[in-house]
Write a protein that binds this ligand. Sequence first.
Ligand SMILES: Nc1ncnc2c1ncn2[C@@H]1O[C@H](COP(=O)(O)OP(=O)(O)OP(=O)(O)O)[C@@H](O)[C@H]1O
Ligand SMILES: [Mg+2]
Length: 365
Amino acid sequence: MTDTVHEEAEVEEVAGVAVAATAQTAKHVLIGIDLGTCRTVIMSDQGKKALVRSVAGYAKDIISKGVVGDAPLFGDEAVAKRNFLDLCYPLADGVIREASERDYLAASQLLEHVVAMVRENEDVEVSGIIGVPARASMMNKELLLGIAQNIMKKALVVSEPFMVAYFLGKLCDCIVVDIGGGTIDICAMKGELPSAEDQVTIFKAGDYIDERLAGAISRRHPTAQVTKSVACKIKEAHAFVGEPVSPVRVTLRAEGKPMEFDVTRELRMVCESIVPDIVEQLQMLIQRFDPEVQEITLQNIILAGGGSRINGLDTMIAEHLREYGRIKVTCVDDPDYIGAGGALKLAKDVPAEQWKHVGVMFGGQ
Ligand SMILES: Nc1ncnc2c1ncn2[C@@H]1O[C@H](COP(=O)(O)OP(=O)(O)OP(=O)(O)O)[C@@H](O)[C@H]1O
Ligand SMILES: [Mg+2]
C-alpha cells in the first residue's frame, strides 16, 4: 500500500460518486472519511481524494529534528524516515486508543492532515461523515467527534460497513463483511440504520494474520528473518485460502543472506484462520432476518476491506454455508475507496440538518 493523493478536480465521478466539476473554489466542502487502523481515506465533493497510512511520526531527538523538522510526518513518508522518528499508530482495532494522550494527538493531527489534503485553502469550511467500526463505543465516537470539532464545521460518525452498503445502494436483504487491519466488521442490512444487534466486530483481521504468519514462518524456517511487516508484504502479494494454485516461494534474509523459502502451507493456514469466525457470525446474523428474505440475503453477501483481496475467500465462505441453500458471496471492486465513497455519498444525499437522525454528530441544528 502506498499513500496516494489525487489532485483536482474537473472530474464527474470519484470512485463512482458524482462530484461537482467546478473550477471555482468552493466555500464549503463535503467530505467522506474512512478512518481505518491501517489507512485513512478521504474523498471530497470537489473531486479530490487521498489515501494515507494511519501513522504519524515525531522527531526522536534534537538531531532528528535537524533532519525531519519539527512538524509531524504522516503515512509512507513517516515510515520511510522511521529511523529519525517515533512512529505512532493512533488507531488500535479501528478506534482511537482511549487512554493515551499521544494517540489522541496523533489521531487528531492525522485527521487534520488528510482534511488539509482535500481542502482548497484555510478559508474553506469542511463538513462530512466519518466511518468508525461497527461496534465502536459511544465514548470512542464522542472522542472522535471531539477531535473533528477542531477541524470541521459539522461531522457525523456512522458505522463503516453501513457506508459500504450505502455506496452499493444495498440497504436491504444484504450482509456486508468488511475485513480491515484491526477488525472484521459484519453488518446486516435490513432497510434501516443497523441496530447494535445487526452488527458484529471480530478482533482478528489483517494485523492478526500478519502476526501469526510471521510466527508460523519463523517456526517452519528458523533461520529466516521475518518481521510482522515482512509477513504483511508476503500476505498482500500472495494471500489465498483453499488449494494453492502454485507454491508460494519468497526471498527472505537468513544469516544476512537472501534465501528462497516455501511459505505456501503457512500462508494458507493463517489466511484460513479467519474463516470460522466470519462463517459463525454470518450464521448468527442470517437467522435474525425475516425467514422470507433469508434466501435472497444469502445471495447478497458482500466482502469489502483490504482483506477481501485474499484469493478464494469468497468461494470458501460460500462453501461453508452450503447447507443454507444458494449462496452468493461477492467482493467489492474498489476496497480502498468504497467506505469513504459511501460516506461522501451519504453526506451529499442527506441534508446536514438531518444527519442527527443517522448517527452521532456535532454542528447539527
Ligand atoms: N492483497 C491483499 N491480500 C490480503 N490482505 C490484504 C491485501 N491488501 C491489503 N490487505 C490487508 O488489508 C488490511 C487493510 O484493510 P483496510 O484498508 O480495509 O483496513 P482499515 O480500514 O485500515 O482497518 P480497520 O477497518 O480494521 O480499521 C491490512 O491488513 C492489509 O495488509
Ligand atoms: Mg476499515
